[in-house]
Design a protein around this ligand. Structure first.
Ligand SMILES: C[S@@+](CC[C@H](N)C(=O)[O-])C[C@H]1O[C@@H](n2cnc3c(N)ncnc32)[C@H](O)[C@@H]1O
Length: 236
């Protein structure tokens, strides 16, 4: 890949080339506690119906119109695509990686919460373009979705949303599709609380906190792995 192709690659990552990438699984629509009990009842009935269909390998989709603003800002979930962080955050990630390489900030790259792996695919693509083979890209994820919230301050319970649970095998396949899978790409599988404290990483140059990672930082033993000039980026 040449540098000129990067803009197109980023569009592929966020799925902004296809209207259908805005369609959504009905199962992804969270029950809204603010609507009337009758509508909540309808939502629950729909969710049950969806589960019955899903068990038979059938999925109910809502064909929402494609909205460029949502995709630029990373506020919808692409049905087609490899990252849900949106165009602005991908650009920000690119700047962070290129700055680290230009200024020789030492260390590896890590994203905690990778979903389909798109953000890390961009990092790996940038390393390939710069012929950098002595730094790793670490993908930390349960590869089975989010844990249930610890308490009422920990956000909505979305632990049963299958859309957010992407297996390690699937993420590896996504990398392989773009010829990006090699020994530089490393997987840390499990809950952050278990995997990150003892992760075999000496130094971090860019740390990207995928959405869902913030609760990990409450009560998790911290390690001084950041190097001078480390970039820290967040989903939200
Ligand atoms: C919103 S997605 C991340 C989106 C991703 N950064 C992208 O580029 O599209 C959240 C991811 O974090 C993972 N996750 C959330 N909390 C976790 C935890 N405590 N331990 C391990 N993985 C977690 C989920 O499995 C999911 O893949």
């Amino acid at each position: 890949m040449k540098h000129d192709d990067l803009a197109l690659f980023k569009k592929v990552l966020i799925g902004s080339l296809y209207d259908e990438s805005a369609w959504t699984f009905v199962s992804n629509e969270l029950p809204d506690p603010k609507v009337s009990w009758l509508i909540q009842l309808k939502q629950r009935a729909l969710a049950k119906f969806w589960q019955i269909l899903a068990r038979r390998g059938l999925y109910l989709l809502r064909p929402l119109p494609y909205d460029e603003d949502l995709r630029v800002n990373g506020t919808d979930w692409p049905l087609i695509g490899y990252s849900m962080i949106g165009a602005k955050r991908l650009d920000q990630l690119q700047i962070a990686v290129e700055t680290v390489l230009d200024e020789n900030v030492p260390g590896d790259f890590i994203e905690t919460g990778v979903w389909r792996g798109g953000s890390c695919m961009l990092i790996k693509q940038l390393l390939n373009l710069a012929n950098v083979s002595d730094r790793s890209v670490w993908l930390a994820d349960s590869f089975s979705g989010l844990p249930p919230p610890k308490d009422q301050f920990d956000g909505k319970d979305i632990s049963d949303i299958a859309f957010l649970a992407v297996s390690e095998a699937q993420v590896r396949q996504n990398f392989a599709r773009f010829d990006l899978l090699d020994d530089q790409v490393k997987f840390l599988k499990g809950w952050f609380f278990d995997t990150l404290p003892d992760a075999p990483i000496d130094q971090i140059a860019v740390l990207r906190l995928g959405w869902g990672s913030l609760s990990f930082h409450h009560g998790c033993p911290q390690r001084p792995v950041s190097s001078r000039g480390t970039e820290r980026l967040c989903d939200r």
